[in-house]
Ligand binder design. Structure first.
Ligand SMILES: C=C(O[C@@H]1C=C(C(=O)O)C=C[C@H]1O)C(=O)O
Length: 378
């Protein structure tokens, strides 16, 4: 990447100015895009449906709450490509005053307690109508003096086939609580436009990435991905989406892991007036919540002791120049003053093995951890 150093410095300068911004790269693209919004350019719709007529960049939590508001960055400065982005005059941007935030210490579960929770979850699945639940956990990692701009660029280099983002939403001195600083590299499309078509993807089932590309999938993964596909088709039915095209299931590699993925495509005109309602209905899918959804959501709220905040929410451009590119916020972390908090989870079914599920959450975190370590060890 040319201008790498300048670009990393530019990102660090934006952060030092407390500018609200979203920086992202679409999977397979080496062209980052940025949207810098003034504080008054942040909107907080209280419901997902209210996104219907809006345009900008969405940062949506798993559940909307005071601690995790839904945020829409309105298009202020919007640039594409490193050279274009570097034309933004950082010095001319207003230095935003921010409130000092003292976040609650994260709840870090021990391996022993996590394994116990997974046993409990499997037990519940075996004795009830609950078929699949996603159980997640937090993984802390010490910050040193590394540049966040460099970590972002390292992540981008390591996971070119993911949606790689950095979002900064500092709490304004007078405003409401904001998201803070988040980074991630997610492989999971929630809703993406492509010319006159829209696509959503059913992504689930995890195994380690293989150098030989010779994947075979077991019943557990096939079943857990099928729950997501079935759910997507239920939502299609409710929105009268027909006909549609499916592609897959195929293997999708991302970072150190691989998943099963099916693409569903349909004509965008089907959702001309109610795209926001469709997203509100689709989210959260059984890829991050479970099946059946209401039962799984209730179970998660009891078993998980941490707040998911923006993990397993969704993120991306929303009707920005007419394009939608929403991704599920996975393989992500929150940057806190002294540490990174990584979020990682996995789908539990009656066939789950607790020790394997623990390992899966570790494996999913390795992409982010190796990007941070690569910069810390330079
Ligand atoms: C929940 C996560 O990932 C989701 C769960 C998967 C699984 O259970 O196999 C696979 C892909 C994602 O849909 C995560 O990365 O934290």
């Amino acid at each position: 990447m040319t201008n790498r150093k300048d670009f990393a410095l530019f990102i660090d300068n934006l952060l030092a100015k407390n500018c609200p911004f979203a920086l992202w790269s679409m999977p397979g693209s080496h062209t980052p895009e940025i949207l810098v919004a003034p504080q008054e350019g942040l909107i907080h719709p209280d419901q997902l449906e209210k996104l219907n007529g809006q345009e900008g960049f969405v940062f949506a939590p798993y559940n909307i709450s005071e601690n995790a508001p839904l945020v829409l960055l309105k298009p202020g400065i919007h640039k594409k490509g490193i050279d274009e982005i570097l034309t933004i005059d950082c010095e001319a941007l207003q230095h935003e005053k921010v409130e000092e935030v003292h976040p609650e210490p994260p709840f870090i579960i021990s391996k022993k307690d996590y394994l116990k929770d997974i046993e409990t979850t499997i037990g519940k699945i075996k004795e009830s109508k609950l078929a699949k639940v996603i159980v997640s956990r937090l993984i802390p990692f010490q910050r040193k003096s590394e540049s966040i701009g460099e970590v972002y660029l390292q992540l981008l280099e390591q996971t070119p086939n993911a949606f790689v983002y950095l979002v900064n939403l500092p709490s304004a001195a007078t405003g409401q609580t904001q998201a803070g600083l988040w980074m991630g590299a997610t492989p999971e499309v929630l809703l993406k436009s492509d010319d006159k078509m829209l696509e959503t993807v059913s992504l689930a089932g995890t195994q380690s990435r293989r150098d030989d590309g010779d994947y075979s999938w077991h019943t557990k993964e096939i079943e857990e991905q099928a729950f997501v596909s079935r759910y997507i088709l239920d939502v299609f039915y409710r929105f009268n989406i027909h006909p549609y095209i499916t592609e897959g299931p195929d293997t999708l590699e991302s970072g150190q892991v691989a998943h099963l993925s099916t693409i569903f495509r349909f004509a965008a005109k089907k959702l001309d007036c109610n795209l926001g309602d469709f997203v509100a209905e689709l989210h959260p899918t059984p890829a991050v919540c479970g099946y059946p959804k209401p039962k799984a959501a209730r179970f998660i709220s009891k078993i998980e002791k941490h707040d998911r905040r923006y993990y397993s929410g969704y993120i991306g451009p929303w009707r920005l120049n007419g394009d939608v590119g929403l991704f599920v916020n996975l393989r992500c972390l929150e940057v806190r003053p002294e540490q990174y908090i990584l979020y990682s989870g996995g789908g539990i079914t009656s066939r789950s093995v607790p020790e394997d599920e623990w390992e899966e959450t570790n494996k999913k975190a390795t992409t982010l951890l190796s990007a941070i370590e690569a910069v810390q060890n330079r």
